[in-house]
Design a binder for this molecule. Structure first.
Ligand SMILES: Cc1ncc(COP(=O)(O)O)c(C=O)c1O
Length: 450
């Protein structure tokens, strides 16, 4: 799959042949001052590897940013985008349509859990999150429950960066703006230090979902519209739900008429061994948000799968005319829709979700091989995701992991760090030898970083 690239071909001196002016681009979620003094650039990619401008290979242990599930540079996706660009560059989907947006929605609906076959298209995970929250509110109003305005999230939840998502999200820094969506409350994170080094789902902790009843007692169910959580939290360090937790949350939300939203921006499209985490855990929410793997990262696109019950309620209760006052100029953009269709076809043809499921126990063993390294505080894993949490440096949280990130990159391995947790999520085409290489190199980098 990775043609001419050889694993381990790294270490060449960085000799940048491309030195752009970096001052204009205000980089997202980046220490701009540090980066621009110490730039690390990516120039091309194929299969499991990036190349730097100097031609140095970097093994991608994070699928770019949890997106490139089918590996980089897939010809089928590239050609689909090229062909579509020549046929129809842009078409609005407000009061008009074009075939690819409908085809993609139909195709996506086919791999969603039973009954979740109505699809709203967006351009990102953040937009999917805010779209899902609005749909939940619209549904409650449509069924005569307009008093339900509260949105419940979870501490350490990440739902992108738009106002709905940051308000419902549980990350202090992201919420640090003066304005928020009003009436939001949070469940506790499912992180339990007593469960350190658990393989897969912790046995204990389903009762953490009962906290929803405490919030209901405080606010009243009649004021709560929706609960939004990530089935497996990724961005705040890979938090795996305890056994029974998601089931319990489903029972409670159903009992109290609260919409349950799974944010599957990183867990969908094979990451945990099936099309959705909902399928893997056997829990069907009312709404699922997606993005990233939908187009294999090749074009910006997100999607929101909505249960037919919610959809029909909103549509049927609306006065004649537009039923939902929401949408993006680029909802269902032809190039992205073509990329999405080619991607879903590739996932099915190469059976990549099944491949991820098959590789997950090998991945788990490899991740847990790091458990005895000095400074490793916890290893968590699920599907093809792993979180390796390190002891923070006294007085400098995050510094140790960031140094490991830089060290790994310079030695040919792309990882991701969030605070002091290393979060890994490779393309699903990964080979066992590459899994060994990732954890071997990581072990070395951890050992060398005091
Ligand atoms: C669970 C979750 N939701 C939403 C988002 C936001 O997606 P985007 O960056 O495409 O807006 C992310 C991004 O990592 C995510 O992990």
């Amino acid at each position: 799959m990775n043609s001419e690239f050889q694993p381990g071909e790294t270490g060449a001196q960085e000799l940048p042949n491309w030195t752009p002016d970096m001052s204009a681009f205000w980089m997202p979620f980046t220490n701009n001052r540090f980066f621009k003094a110490n730039p690390r650039l990516l120039a091309s990619a194929e299969g499991m590897y990036y190349r730097t401008p100097a031609g140095r290979l970097v093994l991608d242990a994070v699928a770019g940013l949890w997106c490139v599930n089918a590996g980089h540079g897939r010809r089928e996706i590239v050609e689909a985008i090229q062909e579509q660009a020549a046929i129809l560059d842009f078409a609005p989907t407000f009061q008009l349509g074009h075939p690819k947006a409908f085809e993609l929605s139909t195709r996506l609906a086919q791999i969603m859990p039973e009954g979740m076959d109505r699809i709203f298209l967006t351009n990102s995970g953040s937009e999917s999150a805010d779209t899902a929250l609005k749909i939940a509110l619209a549904y409650q109003r449509a069924r005569g429950q307009g008093g339900r305005f509260r949105l419940i999230g979870r501490a350490r939840g990440y739902h992108g960066v738009n106002f709905g998502g940051v308000s419902v999200g549980g990350i202090g820094g992201n919420r640090g703006y003066q304005a928020q969506v009003w009436g939001v409350d949070h469940l506790s994170a499912t992180y339990d230090p007593k469960a350190a080094f658990t393989r897969g789902q912790p046995e204990q902790g389903a009762d953490m979902a009962d906290e929803l009843e405490r919030l209901i007692a405080v606010h009243g169910a009649e004021s709560i519209a929706a609960v939004m959580i990530e089935p497996v939290a990724g961005s705040t360090g890979v938090l795996v739900p305890p056994k029974g937790y998601l089931q319990r949350l489903r029972e409670l939300t159903a009992k109290y008429g609260i919409v349950l939203i799974f944010d599957e921006v990183i867990t969908a499209f094979g990451r945990v061994g099936a099309a959705t985490a909902a399928e893997v855990f056997g829990v069907t929410p009312d709404i699922i948000t997606m993005a990233k793997g939908l187009t294999n990262g090749a074009a910006p696109m997100g999607a929101v799968a909505v249960s037919r019950t919610l959809h029909d309620q909103v549509i049927d209760a609306a006065a004649p005319g537009i039923e939902l006052f929401h949408g993006y100029t680029y909802s269902g953009h032809p190039l992205c829709a073509a990329a999405g269709l080619a991607t879903l076809e590739l996932y099915a043809r190469d059976q990549l979700f099944e491949r991820a499921a098959e590789l997950s126990s090998y991945w788990e063993d490899a991740a847990h091989s790091l458990r005895d390294r000095t400074r490793v505080k916890d290893v968590r894993n699920f599907g093809l995701v792993a979180g390796i949490e390190l002891e923070p440096r006294p007085g400098a949280p995050g510094a140790r992991a960031m140094e490991i990130f830089h060290r790994c990159f310079d030695e040919g391995l792309l990882i991701r760090v969030t605070a002091d947790t290393i979060a890994l999520s490779p393309p699903l085409i990964i080979e066992k030898a590459q899994i060994d290489e990732i954890f071997g190199r990581l072990a070395k980098a951890i050992d060398e970083t005091l």
